[in-house]
Design a protein around this ligand. Structure first.
Ligand code: NDP
Ligand code: MG
Length: 394
């Protein structure tokens, strides 16, 4: 940094990643000038953080909560706004660094708006790259903006690649804890409840990504994310189950060496790395005692337990809008699982069915596309997922 304060905005400030980001900002307040914070339903949290950080603008995604937000910010001089257009405007406010930590496809348009104004985009919202990777990377190239990964595995790859020639990379391995059910007998999985799925063995994260970890849909999204972010060929990207969640990724080079990234399961490491990049700064995360940990273990994922990984490979092979369809179908299947409409194992069946139907009716696999096509494929896939769920119940 050049002496002046770094202007930052945090999209999804009230969530798990948003709060970890704010924790780091609060510890180094003099370094940051907070432009905008955005949230959803948690108005109290949003207003409190906007006050504490002296943000210029606070936005809720929900129009019906604007009055509440205004009331909570009364007398502070902090501007309040609501709705999806306001989210995009918040992201487009001039800033040096924008954290993209909204959950789901709702993060796509604001992320593109941030890239459009040339801000560095710290990307936690992997759905953005799954649904519209080529579009996002082209937007970054067009404005000269940089996308920095915040997902721990991708931050790990990014760190392992530092100073290396990308052409010498043979393979990339991303690790997965295996989620809440990694040791359950297969036949018990069908009866798993949302509450059981939302308990992660190692990481403390939002509800949706925690359930996606149990189903391995999270890792499926991350395979696609790695392809889009780094341009690796799909067959070079591997997944390994690593129950300790300490090695986040490994990069293998064509001389046979591998560089592994090891760190505590604390998102503030990856967030802080993106926040201060290209410098490294002391971060308030635990130092690992490897002698006490004793051993690190790895095993191949069982495709019967984790069908989501196979679906991600299909999506990468299809390209085009398949990622948008996949992500949207996954989001709806997850909604239906949380609502108790379908079982845990049905989620991947619903997504598989939606992919099959939307690919044949031409929604997926298309060539060049823009945001409108992505959003239309997203809507179509959501409707299709709802229809598949209704058919199953009938
Ligand atoms: P949370 O559910 O904890 O937080 C989501 C944030 O998005 C909240 O601020 C929420 O507001 C807001 N939000 C929800 N719906 C909408 C919407 N429709 N429009 C605008 N804002 C909305 O999620 P996480 O922090 O866990 O995850 C955020 C992103 O980061 C996801 O893409 C996830 O995959 C990714 N990620 C998360 C990791 C983690 O450790 N948590 C690790 C790696 C990646 P409110 O709560 O006020 O309603
Ligand atoms: Mg991850």
């Amino acid at each position: 940094m050049t002496g002046r304060m770094k202007r930052i905005s945090i999209l999804g400030a009230t969530g798990s990643i948003g709060q970890s980001t704010i924790d780091l900002v609060r510890r180094d307040k003099g370094a940051f000038d907070v432009v905008a914070l955005t949230g959803g339903r948690n108005i109290a949290r949003l207003a409190e953080d906007a006050r504490a950080l002296g943000a210029a603008l606070a936005v809720t995604a929900h129009d019906d909560l604007l009055d509440d937000l205004r009331a909570a910010l009364k007398g502070t001089g902090i501007e309040a706004a609501a709705g999806s257009a306001a989210l995009n405007e918040a992201a487009a406010r001039p800033a040096d660094w924008v954290m993209s930590a909204i959950v789901g496809a709702a993060g796509l348009a604001p992320g593109l708006a941030a890239l459009g104004q040339g801000a560095t985009l710290a990307l936690a919202n992997k759905e953005t790259l799954v649904a519209a990777g080529p579009l996002v990377m082209a937007a970054a190239r067009a404005s000269g903006a940089r996308v920095l990964p915040v997902d721990s595995e991708h931050s790990a790859i990014f760190q392992a690649l530092r100073g290396e020639d990308p052409d010498t990379v043979d393979r990339v391995v991303i690790t997965a804890s295996g989620g809440a059910f990694r040791d359950w007998p297969l036949e018990r999985l069908a009866r798993a409840t949302p509450l059981e799925a939302a308990t992660h063995p190692n990481w403390d994260m939002g509800q949706r990504i925690t359930i996606d970890s149990a189903s391995m849909f999270n890792k499926a999204l991350e395979l696609i994310e790695a392809k889009e972010l780094f341009g690796f060929e799909p067959e070079r990207i591997e997944v390994l189950i690593h129950p300790e969640s300490l090695v986040h990724a490994l990069v293998g080079f064509h001389d046979g060496g591998m560089i592994a990234h090891v760190g505590p399961p604390d998102m503030r490491h990856a967030i802080g790395h993106a926040m201060y990049w290209p410098r490294r700064t002391a971060l308030p995360v635990a130092r690992l005692d490897l002698a006490e940990i004793g051993q690190l273990s790895f095993r191949a994922p069982d495709p019967r337990r984790y069908p989501a990984l196979g679906l991600a490979r299909q999506v990468m092979a299809a390209g085009g809008l398949a990622g948008a369809v996949f992500n949207a179908a996954k989001e709806r299947a997850l909604d239906h699982f949380i609502a108790g409409h379908i079982g845990f194992c049905h989620m991947s069946e619903v997504v598989e069915e939606v992919l099959a139907r939307q690919m044949t009716c031409g929604h997926a696999g298309a060539g060049g596309f823009g945001l409108d096509e992505v959003m239309s494929a997203d809507r179509g896939a959501r409707l299709c997922a709802d229809a598949v769920v209704v058919e199953r119940q009938g």
